[in-house]
Design a protein around this ligand. Structure first.
Ligand code: ZN
Ligand code: ZN
Length: 328
C-alpha cells in the first residue's frame, strides 16, 4: 500500500512537474506569473501578427560613432556606458557590472535565423575592463545570450546573477559561478547590495518552457550610488513598490522600444511614454533609455522610440549613443 502511494505521488509529480520553488504571489507551483496582468502571447497571436506585415523597414546596417571608454576615477560615483540593446557597462568605484550582455549577431536559438543586428556593439567584448558581476533579467534570447555569457565567463570569471529557473541553463553551458534569485532576494558583493526586483514580463526559449523561469529587474545599492536596471517589462505598480522598499535610484535604465503592435506588446513592454511614467513612479534622478536601435523585434521604425522620448523634453531622461558614456 505504502509503495503504491509512493508510485502514485511520483506519477502525479511527473505529470504536474516537480515543484521546485515555494508557491508565492508570482509562482503557482508549476509556472511563474505576473501578479497584476497575464501575458497571453500564443503562437497563433505571433503568426497573425507576422501576417499583418506592418513592420517598418529598418536599415541593414548603421555605423557607430567612436567614443573613448572612460575608466572610473576615485572622485566619481559611477560611469555608465551604453553598449547596445539592454547591455550597459556600469563602473562603480570597486565593481564593474554588465547588464543583459549580447554581443552576438542575432538573438536567436539558430545562428543564421532571427533578427540580425543592424549595428555593432558600442563596446566590443574584447574592449571591456574586468567584469565582476553580470546581471540577467530573464531568459529571452535578446537578454540571455549564452555565447556572450560563455565568452565573458572564460575571460573574466564573473558572478552571474539570474532569475529563478535559469541557473541550469548556464550550468549546462559550462558556467559555474551562478546564483539564481527570487524577487526581493539580495546578493552582497563587497559593499554593494544587489537586489532582484520584480518586472512584468514572461520567459521562454522554446515552446515547452513558457514561464518556467522567472523574470525581473535589479536594484544595485552601492555606498554612494543607487542603480536600477528594469530588464524587459510592461507598466505596473512594481515601479512604485520598488521605490517604497528601496528608495529612488540615482540612475534608472529603462526600456523604451519594442512596443508595436501595442495590442500584443503593451503588457510586457514599455512605450517611451510608459517608460516616462516608470521614471516618475521610481522618482528616478536620471534615466537612460534602452532596448531600441540594435535588433528589430517589433513593428515600430528604428528611430521612433528615441523621437517619442525626446518629444517629452525631459532633461533627466535621455538616451546615449551606442558606445557613449555618462559620468556621475
Ligand atoms: Zn523579453
Ligand atoms: Zn527584450
Amino acid at each position: 500500500m505504502k509503495s503504491l502511494s509512493v508510485i502514485l505521488i511520483f506519477l502525479v509529480m511527473l505529470t504536474r512537474g516537480v515543484q521546485a520553488y515555494p508557491v508565492s504571489d508570482h509562482y503557482d507551483g508549476e509556472k511563474f506569473f505576473n501578479p497584476e496582468a497575464n501575458v497571453h502571447l500564443t503562437l497563433w497571436d505571433i503568426l497573425k501578427w507576422k501576417m499583418e506585415m506592418n513592420a517598418a523597414k529598418w536599415p541593414e546596417h548603421l555605423a557607430n560613432k567612436n567614443y573613448p571608454l572612460p575608466v572610473i576615477s576615485p572622485t566619481q560615483r559611477a560611469v555608465v556606458t551604453f553598449i547596445n540593446h539592454a547591455t550597459f557597462l556600469l563602473q562603480l568605484p570597486d565593481l564593474n557590472v554588465l547588464t543583459d550582455p549580447i554581443f552576438s549577431q542575432r538573438p536567436s536559438p539558430i545562428r543564421f535565423m532571427g533578427p540580425k543586428r543592424v549595428r555593432e556593439p558600442g563596446v566590443l567584448l574584447e574592449q571591456l575592463p574586468q567584469i565582476d558581476v553580470v546581471v540577467i533579467s530573464h531568459n529571452h534570447y535578446d537578454h540571455m545570450d549564452l555565447d556572450s555569457l560563455k565568452n565573458l565567463d572564460a575571460k573574466f570569471h564573473p558572478l552571474f546573477l539570474v532569475p529563478l529557473g535559469d541557473e541550469k541553463l548556464l550550468k549546462e553551458a559550462g558556467i559555474q559561478n551562478v546564483r539564481e534569485m527570487d524577487w526581493w532576494q539580495e546578493q552582497v558583493v563587497k559593499e554593494h547590495k544587489i537586489v532582484f526586483t520584480p518586472s512584468q514580463h514572461w520567459s521562454g526559449r522554446g515552446i515547452f518552457d513558457r514561464c518556467k523561469s522567472l523574470w525581473g529587474s535589479y536594484f544595485i545599492l552601492s555606498p554612494d550610488f543607487k542603480t536600477y536596471f528594469a530588464g524587459d517589462t510592461g507598466h505596473s505598480s512594481h515601479f512604485s513598490n520598488i521605490k517604497l522598499r528601496l528608495g529612488s535610484p540615482d540612475l534608472a535604465l529603462l526600456p523604451i522600444g519594442a512596443y508595436n503592435p501595442t495590442y500584443l506588446m503593451k503588457v510586457s513592454h514599455l512605450s517611451p511614454e510608459e517608460a516616462l511614467m516608470a521614471h516618475d513612479d521610481l522618482g528616478s534622478s536620471f534615466s537612460l533609455g534602452m532596448h531600441f536601435g540594435t535588433f528589430q523585434l517589433t513593428d515600430e521604425p528604428i528611430e521612433e522610440p528615441v523621437e517619442r522620448l525626446k518629444k517629452a523634453g525631459r532633461e533627466n531622461f535621455v538616451v546615449l549613443d551606442q558606445g557613449d558614456s555618462k559620468i556621475f
